[in-house]
Design a protein around this ligand. Structure first.
Ligand SMILES: Cc1ncc(COP(=O)(O)O)c(C=O)c1O
Length: 470
């Protein structure tokens, strides 16, 4: 199979041109008019600029290729591309049914599918432009419901929580983590017992390590103190499709099933939902929180009495094309274990496979076992110290990318010395933090590439950056 995903998974050119045809046919319904010369561009002018544009885009990392085993980046599924570009020719704005009735309805359907995936029996929710904005909305509702209390989140939660607490003027309290990077339950209980926290954030898949906070335990503790629970599943949310599966990729269902009983959840279709950037989502279990968004808008809502998406979100203009892309994708790859779940399962098996190879290696050490599809590891160095590991990890990152013949793209993760010592007490802590290596294996193609990837990483660790390939 050609390695070009866009060519191999659907006939992109065929469906893109069908999209253009469909919109042109729809436009024909509205009668002829003269196009304005001010927008006209000749083919020659386009060709010249496009050539520059094409070359400039080459200055990029190959996110589509399994040798890109770095950060949380991959291209959208071609179905999402077709959905996005086709709808974008209309350019609907999903803030209101008046801005784009078709895509606003698609958004409601997509949000209902996400709610069903998490097992919500009732919901209010919408898409957002990102996980950051989706979390901001959840924290905004947290503040409105408990204006006199703060928000707690694990020390390894995404930095957005601390930052958005500052934006909202709410005290934010980081809670220490256990030796696997999950929120420490005793510390959480102690914090909540003081009565100053109104909402706690559980992270289902931390950004650094993919650690899953025990949402079920967090929920039990929080409810005991009358505290709300928000789940940041921006990265990990779609892994709920693997909860309880009787196969290697299967996950302990307890944290995932508990999400249905939490107050809100954020999930990013632009991470594991095969979507292009510009697609996060926030869902609330109590539709009544919609009242907290009430605002006057004399210039937006006029064609229907139905609740408009802009009436239940902090953002105004939002790409209807994002909803169209997600709708089309989830029709073809539904949010089930047999649909999108197969994509996540392959990445998770790849992560487990790479972790096994790293564990068996004399040149690499596993930082911790992957809980989802993120593998964290570091080179074996002499001396076995944080300084040596930090330098060797940075060297491997740079040399991997610089290899002319067979580049490999990793990422680094800066970890604290105390977290390192809890996992690897034999490593000398001669500094207070160090970079290790991190590979997010979020493409299903990673599964067939594990052995090659491992070989390349071993070569980098041994200093044979451009040495012979086995
Ligand atoms: C757990 C978590 N929350 C929030 C975010 C922020 O999401 P976004 O980058 O879409 O704004 C991320 C991004 O990686 C994340 O991993």
């Amino acid at each position: 199979m050609r390695n070009l995903m866009v060519r191999s998974y659907v006939d992109l050119q065929r469906w893109l041109s069908s999209g253009v045809d469909a919109i042109e046919a729809w436009q024909d319904n509205f009668g002829l008019f003269d196009r304005h010369s001010s927008l006209q561009i000749s083919d020659e002018a386009f060709a010249a600029v496009f050539e520059t544009f094409r070359r400039r885009l080459e200055d990029n990392y190959p996110f589509f290729h399994p040798a890109y085993a770095g950060q949380m980046l991959k291209p959208p599924h071609p179905a999402a591309v077709v959905g996005y570009l086709t709808a974008m020719l209309i350019n609907p704005n999903n803030h209101a049914l008046d801005g784009g009735p078709a895509t606003a309805r698609m958004e409601k359907e997509v949000v209902a599918q996400l709610a069903q995936m998490f097992g919500f029996t009732a919901h209010l929710g919408h898409l957002t432009t990102s996980g950051t904005i989706a979390n901001l909305e959840a924290l905004y509702v947290a503040r409105e419901l408990h204006p006199d209390r703060g928000i707690g989140y694990s020390a390894e939660a995404h930095y957005t929580h601390g930052r958005m607490c500052r934006v909202l003027g709410v005290p934010g309290t980081p809670v220490e983590v256990d030796s696997a990077g999950r929120i420490d339950l005793d510390a959480l209980d102690g914090l909540l017992a003081r009565g100053q926290i109104g909402t706690v954030v559980a992270t289902a898949g931390t950004t650094g390590l993919g650690a899953v906070d025990p949402v079920h335990d967090v929920l039990a503790i929080a409810r005991g103190h009358g505290v709300r629970v928000h789940v940041d599943a921006a990265y990990g949310g779609f892994f709920t499709l693997l909860a309880g599966l009787p196969e290697r990729a299967g996950l302990d269902p307890a944290p995932w099933r508990a999400i249905a009983r939490c107050d809100s959840v954020v999930v990013d279709p632009h991470k594991h939902g095969l979507q292009p950037y510009g697609c996060g989502a926030v869902l609330f279990g109590d539709p009544d929180v919609g009242r907290l968004y009430l605002h006057e808008s004399p210039y937006t809502y006029f064609t229907s009495d139905e609740m408009h998406l802009g009436e239940i979100s902090l953002e105004c203009s939002r790409a209807g094309a994002a909803a169209a892309a997600a709708w089309l994708t989830f029709q073809l790859l539904p949010l089930t274990a047999d649909g999108l779940g197969r994509v996540l399962a392959a990445g998770r098996r790849a992560a487990l496979g790479l972790a096994d190879l790293v564990e068996a290696s004399g040149r690499l050490d596993l930082y911790q076992r992957p809980e989802l599809d993120i593998v964290s590891y570091f080179p074996v160095t002499s001396p076995r110290s944080l300084t040596a590991i930090d330098l060797a990890s940075a060297r491997m990152l740079t040399e991997g990318m610089a290899d002319q013949r067979m580049p490999v793209f990793l990422s680094t993760l800066d970890v604290q010395a105390d977290g390192f010592a809890r996992r690897h007490p034999d490593v000398r802590a001669d500094r207070d933090h160090a970079r290790i290596l991190r590979s997010v294996l979020m493409k299903p193609e990673a599964e067939g590439y594990v052995s090659e990837l491992h070989t390349r990483i071993e070569q980098l660790a041994s200093g044979l950056a451009s040495g012979p390939r086995s």
